[in-house]
Design a protein around this ligand. Sequence first.
Ligand code: GRF
Length: 216
Amino acid sequence: MYRIAVLASGRGSNFAALAAACRSGAITAELVGVFCDRPGAGVLQRAAEFGVPAQLLELKRCGEAAAFAALATVQPDLIVCAGYMRIISADVLTPWVGRMINIHPSLLPNYPGLHTHRRVLAAGDVESGASVHFVIPELDAGPVLAQARVPVLPGDDETALAARVLSREHPLLRASVALLASGRVAWRDGRIELDGQVLAQPLQLDAQGRLQPAAA
Ligand code: GRF
């Protein structure tokens, strides 16, 4: 069975979406561990509810390399960063490149980093969304596998826009991880291949929660 580990820092709604999909069989995979850098984070409670083993990353006490060694012991095929709010150093990350994805709440390459919704609103954009991308040492800059788009509506504030984006993050992450677990995606020479072809444009989530090729 395909083995997935989750790295998270916060409330854990993306983790819960994945865990529910693994439980229902919508994703053919096993969640083998949650790794969290913040004591008391909601994701720890969510992991307990789903019966997924959770570990606190002792970054301050042990250092990042030792903390990530714990992650290696669960032998994941894929690491999903789902609201993991730290930058991972290149040394620790390099062995996992091609096997680690992140969900980011903007349409990358637009708005890498923090406060995406605030910046989208300040720019007056009419559209925003979320991206699932492979993690490379440069922040939020790895090749994008898939995106979900939402409108920015008149009167939106950060809270309203964040909620609209989050409601699409969950199906986006589910569909992306299901695709990865299916074995149809490969990482070759820093590029994403789907069914043996280089993916030139990120897949797009449709209204039914399925990933479609980008319109030409
Ligand atoms: C999500 O918006 C994700 O895109 C961002 O952090 C948030 C995590 O939410 N990186 P949750 O912890 O999955 O509920």
